[in-house]
Design a protein around this ligand. Structure first.
Ligand code: 5AD
Ligand code: SF4
Length: 471
């Protein structure tokens, strides 16, 4: 019963937005000239996927995509607020848009994404960035057609921020960045409240999509030629817990594994506290699930982990890693690490280095702690000075780079199946792809190989990528 109500709300909202999209399309057609849009995604994969949805909506409304921001009729930035420097970058970029607006006053400028969920940001935009036309947040992305239509009709700024999520609006008509790989949301939001993280405040509480909606979307993608799927969520390991008929993430993986046409399944992000044995077995048993796991540990110090509210210890994290490696011996593991969290001592930091040395990560995303107003860590005593944080960060990179080099060295001589993604930036004649363990591999080849999985013998280790020869 509840499900029916939810579906009805979602369908109704989708219908309303379709009507607005038609009206904008009519406006574009009647304008007699081509209208273009420029879209920029900042931040994580979740934002990148939301921007694919934005692109889908813009194309439906009759706009054509352009890479030239200065000529676009509509400019949209999908913002990230996870660290302060990301926010500064956004304000810098919005500032430069003032010139575009001066020379082309009809340009419509829109901002959306995580940063827009912060009151302080909205106040600042209202006061000092009046050239922005449309502002919306993370909970009402689907309303873009209505907001754009309102802006066109009234000529006035439109600000629409929701402070919490509504029903999940199912819409799968996004425009993929890649032909052969796609991201699929399995859940939205986060309930963990790690004390440094702003995500739960700007993306709301955890909610999962219905299993059948996810599977149908993946079947549709498979029919469209997609071979690799990345299941996305802030904390995928707790997928399905809030559904009326609960489903585990392991069960979902086993179902996705059965879909014809899909060759590879990836997922992110996992939280160590929720990673079940059942999931490890599903990863081991499902042929299509890649030999790769992104498992952030953030800090190796139990004292700091507790202050971060991570709800696991260094020992628990390491035993989890050993368990995973025992079941899936050739797995590659990547992670997220923060240095300079409040009160972090040299000893705490050495514990972080110890985890790096013990696990042998193939990649790591490393961050200097950034104070986010509104989070508990922002008001903790013992904030670390910049010089100390930088010094630790550089030492961390040194240890990590050696580890990564060693892990990749072991790949030399092996033959890896590489799904070719694109022609390499290094130039014509070289293509780039990934092995199932997510290692980046460059080898000689042409654009015709894009979308194919080919065996490549690894010849050289370049630390962050490998060179190879197709066999
Ligand atoms: N400062 C630094 N890094 C952060 N992250 C999240 N919040 C912060 C912050 N305030 C990092 C975490 C997380 C990744 C997505 O971003 O490592 O896993
Ligand atoms: Fe942030 Fe922690 Fe949730 Fe990840 S799990 S989004 S770090 S609160």
């Amino acid at each position: 019963m509840l499900e029916n109500v939810k579906m009805t709300v979602s369908d109704k909202e989708q219908e309303i937005q379709k009507q607005y999209a038609d009206k904008v399309r009519e406006y574009v057609t009647n304008s007699g000239c081509e209208k273009t849009f420029y879209s920029l995604a900042m931040g994580c994969q979740m934002n990148a996927h939301d921007s694919e949805k934005i692109t889908g909506m813009m194309l439906r409304m009759g706009y054509k995509e352009t890479n030239d921001e200065t000529k676009a009729d509509f400019i949209i930035y999908n913002t990230c607020c996870v660290r302060e420097n990301a926010e500064e970058k956004v304000f810098g970029k919005i500032g430069t848009l003032k010139h575009i607006k001066k020379t082309k006053p009809d340009t419509i400028i829109a901002l959306c994404g995580c940063m827009m969920q912060e009151d302080t940001v909205i106040q600042k935009l209202k006061q000092s960035y009046r050239h922005v036309d449309i502002i919306f947040g993370t909970f009402n992305l689907h309303k873009l057609p209505q907001l754009l239509y309102t802006r066109i009709k009234t000529g006035k700024p439109v600000i629409d921020i929701w402070d919490k999520h509504g029903p999940i609006v199912e819409d799968t008509s996004y425009k993929r960045e890649f032909k052969y790989k796609a991201s699929v949301n399995v859940m939205y939001g986060c309930n963990n409240f790690c004390t440094y993280c702003i995500v739960p405040y700007v993306r709301g509480r955890e909610r999962s999509r219905e299993k059948e909606d996810i599977l149908n979307e993946i079947r549709m993608l498979a029919n469209d030629g997609v071979k690799e799927i990345t299941l996305l969520g802030q904390n995928v390991n707790s997928y399905g817990k809030t559904l009326e008929t609960p489903v585990t993430f392991a069960e979902l993986l086993r179902e996705v594994d059965k879909i014809d046409g899909i060759e590879r399944i990836r997922f992110m992000t996992s939280h160590p506290k929720d990673l079940s044995d059942d999931l490890i077995y599903a990863m081991r048993d499902c042929k299509k699930v890649c030999n790769y796991l992104h498992l952030p540990f953030q800090s190796g110090s139990n004292r700091i982990l507790e202050k971060m509210n991570r709800r696991y210890t260094k020992e628990k994290y390491l035993s989890l890693i050993y368990k995973i490696k025992k079941e899936i011996p050739d797995i590659m593991i990547s992670t997220d690490i923060i240095v300079g969290f409040p009160q972090e001592t040299e000893e705490d930091f050495l514990d972080t280095l110890d985890v790096v040395k013990k696990v042998g990560f193939s990649t790591a995303f490393t961050f200097i702690y950034s104070k986010r107003t509104g989070t508990p860590a922002a008001v903790m005593d013992g904030q670390i000075d910049e010089a100390t944080a930088h010094e630790r960060f550089n030492r961390l990179l040194e240890v990590l780079n050696k580890t990564i080099e060693k892990v990749h060295e072991a790949q030399v001589g092996k033959t890896l199946d590489v799904l070719v993604e694109k022609v390499s930036r290094q130039g014509e004649g070289i293509v780039t792809g990934r092995s199932t363990d997510n290692t980046l591999v460059h080898f000689k080849g042409n654009a015709e190989l894009i979308g194919q999985t080919v065996p490549v013998k690894i010849t050289e280790n370049k630390v962050f990528y490998l060179l190879g020869e197709r066999i």
